[in-house]
Design a protein around this ligand. Structure first.
Ligand code: HEC
Length: 448
C-alpha cells in the first residue's frame, strides 16, 4: 500500500472517530464488521440480501460480505442501496417503510471499507436476525385464522435461466359475489424458488366503483378504474388497514397482475398469491381508503420529444377532505423524477414529496408516518409533475433520438402516481388536526 493511500485511510478513520462521543484515539474506533457493520446490514440489507431472496448475494456473514466491499461502498455512498429514492431535502421525511441508511450509517460503511474492511472481534457479532417465515400467511394469526379469507392466484410463469426481465400481466377474477370490506392484504410468491425471480408484484383491483372516477381517456384499457390493491416487494409482508378503515371489494371485480420477473440463474416456474382478509359480514368500517391514479393518465398527456428532459403535469381535485397515505410514482425507462404538491383552497402550495432519482427497477410506495400524513381540506388540488430524461445522459434510455408517447410497453412512457387517500367528513378532519396538534404540543413540552 503506498503512503498516500495510508494518509487517506487515517483521515477517514479520524473523521469516523469524531462522530463517536468520548472516543479516545482514532485507533480505538476503527469500524469493524462484527461491531459496527453487521448491525447495519441486518437492519437495512438482509431483507433482500439473504439466501433465496431477490438480491444477487447474501450479506449475512463477514465471509459473504467481504468480497463485495468495494461495490458496497459505491452503492451505499451514492444512495443507490438500499433502494429508496425520495429526496432528503424537501417534503415530508417520515415514512412507515423507510429503508434508507442514515448519514451516520453511510459514513460508517464507507470508513469500514476504506480501512480495509476489517472483520473485528467475533465476540462483537450480533445474534443472527430471525426473519418471518416467507411461506406462511403472516396476518392469519392476528385474526385467529389459518389462512386468508380469499386467495387470488396469478397464472403460472416460467422464467428461463439467463432470460431478460419480463413483465407478466395476467387478469384473474376474484370470484367475490357480494360487496366485502377488506381489512388486510398480503402478497407472496407461491414457492421458495419463486422469490429469486419475483422482483416485485403489483395487484390492481379492477371494478365498477361509483366512488372512483372512471378514466375514459385511459388508453391501454386495463388501467381504467384499476387502483393498486397492493404492491409487494421483498421485505414487505403486507398491508393492514388503519382501525375502522377498509377497502371495498365488489362483485365482478378482477385482479390485474403486474409482476416483474428477473433472472434466477435456473429455470423457475412460479405463481404469485394475493391473500385477502375481510371484516366480518355486516361490519362496515367508518373510513374508506381509495387508491387513485393521479397525474397525466392518458395518451394525450404524455408527449416527449427526442433529446430533451421534459416535465409533464396533471392535477387531481379532492372532492372531500382526507388524509393522503402514500405516494408511488410510476414511469418507465425514461422516468427521472416526480413530485407531488398540494394546493390548498387558501391558495398555498406545499411540496409533499419529491422522488429525485427515480429508478424504473424499483416501484417504491412511500407510506407516510401517522403524524405527518397530510390532512387536507375538501377542494385541495394535488399536482403531480413527472420529469422524463429522453437524452443520452440517461443510461437507461434505449434511444434518445425517438419521440416517446403514452403506452404500456417499457419503451413507451407513463407519468402518473398511485396515491392512497382516506376520505373523511369536514368535522372528522378538524378532529384529526386537533388531535395531532395536541400530540405535538405534548412532545414539545416534554422536550423543554
Ligand atoms: C429491497 C431490496 C434490497 C435492499 C433492502 C438492499 N438491496 Fe442491494 N440489491 C438488491 C437487488 C435486487 C440487487 C440487484 C439489482 C440491482 O443492482 O438493482 C442489489 C444489488 C446490490 C449491490 C450490487 C451487487 C453487484 O452486482 O455489484 C450491492 C453492492 C448491494 N446491493 C448492497 C446493498 C447493501 C449494502 C444494502 C444495505 C445497506 C442493500 N444492498 C440493500 C436488493 C436490495
Amino acid at each position: 500500500m503506498n503512503t498516500l493511500k495510508h494518509v487517506g485511510v487515517a483521515a477517514v478513520v479520524m473523521a469516523w472517530g469524531a462522530l463517536l462521543p468520548g472516543a479516545a484515539t482514532a485507533a480505538d474506533v476503527k469500524p469493524t464488521y462484527t461491531k459496527d457493520i453487521a448491525p447495519i446490514f441486518q437492519e437495512k440489507c438482509e431483507a433482500c440480501h439473504r439466501p433465496d431472496s431477490i438480491a444477487p448475494m447474501s450479506l449475512r456473514t463477514y465471509e459473504e460480505a467481504r468480497p463485495w466491499a468495494r461495490s458496497i461502498r459505491a452503492r451505499v455512498e451514492a444512495r443507490q442501496m438500499p433502494p429508496w429514492h425520495i429526496d432528503k431535502t424537501v417534503g415530508i421525511q417520515e415514512f412507515k417503510n423507510d429503508r434508507s441508511l442514515s448519514d451516520a450509517q453511510i459514513t460508517a460503511v464507507v470508513a469500514w471499507v476504506d480501512a480495509g474492511a476489517p472483520k473485528g472481534d467475533p465476540k462483537d457479532m450480533p445474534a443472527a436476525r430471525q426473519w418471518p417465515d416467507d411461506q406462511v400467511w403472516n396476518f392469519a394469526p392476528l385474526f385467529g385464522q389459518q389462512a386468508p379469507d380469499l386467495i387470488v392466484r396469478s397464472t403460472p410463469w416460467t422464467h428461463k435461466a439467463g432470460a431478460n426481465d419480463a413483465w407478466w400481466k395476467p387478469v384473474v377474477e376474484t370470484g367475490v359475489t357480494e360487496p366485502r370490506w377488506v381489512r388486510a392484504i398480503e402478497i407472496r410468491p407461491g414457492t421458495v424458488k419463486g422469490r429469486k425471480i419475483t422482483h416485485h408484484a403489483i395487484a390492481r383491483l379492477q371494478q365498477e366503483d361509483p366512488d372512483v372516477p372512471q378514466n375514459p381517456d385511459a388508453d391501454g384499457g386495463v388501467f381504467a378504474n384499476a387502483g393498486t390493491f397492493m404492491e409487494w416487494a421483498v421485505g414487505k409482508q403486507g398491508e393492514l388497514m388503519r382501525p375502522n378503515s377498509g377497502k371495498l371489494m365488489l362483485p365482478g371485480s378482477r385482479i390485474i397482475w403486474d409482476i416483474h420477473y428477473s433472472n434466477g440463474g435456473e429455470d423457475i416456474t412460479d405463481i404469485v398469491e394475493l391473500g385477502v382478509y375481510f371484516y366480518p359480514k355486516g361490519q362496515e368500517p367508518k373510513y374508506k381508503q381509495t387508491l387513485h391514479l393521479m397525474g397525466a393518465t392518458n395518451a394525450g398527456g404524455v408527449d416527449i420529444p427526442p433529446n430533451v428532459v421534459k416535465a409533464t403535469q396533471g392535477f387531481f381535485v379532492m372532492k372531500s377532505a382526507g388524509r393522503v397515505e402514500s405516494f408511488q410514482p410510476h414511469m418507465h425507462l425514461r422516468g427521472k423524477a416526480m413530485s407531488m404538491e398540494a394546493i390548498t383552497p387558501d391558495g398555498r402550495t406545499q411540496v409533499l414529496s419529491y422522488v429525485s432519482s427515480f429508478n424504473f427497477n424499483w416501484h417504491n410506495s412511500y407510506v407516510y408516518a401517522d403524524d405527518v400524513a397530510p390532512l387536507l381540506p375538501k377542494g385541495t388540488i394535488l399536482k403531480i409533475t413527472a420529469w422524463h430524461d429522453n437524452t443520452a445522459a440517461n443510461r437507461a434510455n434505449p434511444d434518445p433520438n425517438v419521440w416517446v408517447g403514452y403506452g404500456d410497453r417499457t419503451v413507451d412512457e407513463m407519468a402518473h402516481a398511485w396515491v392512497n387517500v382516506t376520505y373523511m367528513s369536514d368535522p372528522d378532519l378538524k378532529a384529526e388536526l386537533d388531535a395531532r396538534k395536541a400530540r405535538s404540543g405534548r412532545t414539545q413540552q416534554q422536550q423543554q
